[in-house]
Design a protein around this ligand. Sequence first.
Ligand code: 4NP
Length: 151
Amino acid sequence: MKVLMVCLGNICRSPLAEGILKKQVQEKGLDWQIDSAGTSGWHVGELPDARSIATAKQYGIDITDQRSRQFQQSDLDTFDLILAMDTSNYNDILRLANSEQATKVKMILNFTYPKENRSVPDPYYNDGFETVYQLLDLACGKIIEEYPNES
Ligand code: 4NP
C-alpha cells in the first residue's frame, strides 16, 4: 500500500500526517510506503515547520528526516491512495488526474467524518498544531482499519 499525504506547503500538515501514519503502520507491523508532498513549490527542500517538528516530538515521532517536495503528476500513478488535507489541495490534485487516477484521491478527514469533506485547518498562520495532530491521528487509525489486508 503506497499512501501520499498532500497539503499546500508540505511543511506543516502533510509532514505530520506522514509521520503519524508511518508510526501507526510500524506499530501494526504493516509494510506500507508513506510519503508527503505539497501542491505548491514554495518550500521545496525545507525541513518541516519547527512547530510541526515540536508537536510530533511530543508524541515520540521524529519528522526531521523529511524535506518538502512538490506534488507531481507521476504521483498519481505511483501511489494507491492520495490524501488531501483540504478542499483546495483536493481540487488542485484532481486537475492533474484522469478519471481512473481521480478515484485514488480522497479528503483525509472523510475517513473520520465520511462524506463531510472537512478540511484539516491550515495552522501556518493561525497555529493549532495540536488540533491538527489529533485530527490526523484519528484519521490515520481509520485509514488502517479500512485497508486491513494491504501489506
Ligand atoms: P501546509 O501549511 O500546507 O500545512 O504545509 C502551509 C505552509 C506554508 C504556507 C501555507 C500553508 N505558505 O503560505 O507559505
